[in-house]
Design a binder for this molecule. Sequence first.
Ligand code: TMP
Length: 238
Amino acid sequence: MASRNGRTPGKWASRGRFIVLDGPDGAGKSTQARWLQSELERLGIRTLLLREPGGTSAGEAIRKLLLEQREVGLSALTEAFLFQAARAQLVDEVIIPALNKGTWVVCDRFTLSTLVYQALAGGVDEQAVEIMSAVATGGVEPDRYLVLWVPSKIGISRRAHRANDRMEAKGEKFMRDVAAAFRSQAERNPSRYRLIDGSGTPEEVRQLLWKQIQPLLPVQTRARKTKSQERRAKSQDS
Ligand code: TMP
């Protein structure tokens, strides 16, 4: 599908791959996204790590307003517009040019977050959010959309040491609704989303994640082991 500026990632084989890690707070997305970037780089694949909202000057400014400036009142609909505005900028300014240069993109959160936080948990009309997402992305879809899932109790306890952002400050019921919505969306749309159990150790989660990424790798790199597989093989040898 063409993007609104007529800019769209090419379809040729050397185009970079677009991988998204999404899910409820405290699922370990950011740690796993960093690991994934370093693992891909180790295999010789140039990889850009991005987060939503953010990744551009406009996106980082919008992030501050959305998540930190809690004294500024925002309705869920306004939140949805702002998240989508940050996304539109990121897709045009960073994601499409990177993919077209052959760079892989790993993005911490994407469209499912808006559907979950602002529509399913926040009350904005679901279809309206889907339409906004289609406009903001210009039809750019991830090659793998991974949903790292943990029950909200685990998520909340893992994040207990950090200050709440605007979304987390909405309370435990909101966070329970968020976790349930991520799970049900991923279960209902298995061709679009891959649900990954994030409740294991970081090492266990890495293995589940890597299984989903391997089919995307260029053939010559597929057989190469991840760092952790190498470590395990070494410790079994000794
Ligand atoms: P994080 O970078 O720590 O995941 O924080 C991002 C926060 O923004 C998190 O609470 C989820 C929220 N969020 C939305 O509510 N809607 C969105 O569309 C996105 C991308 C994030």
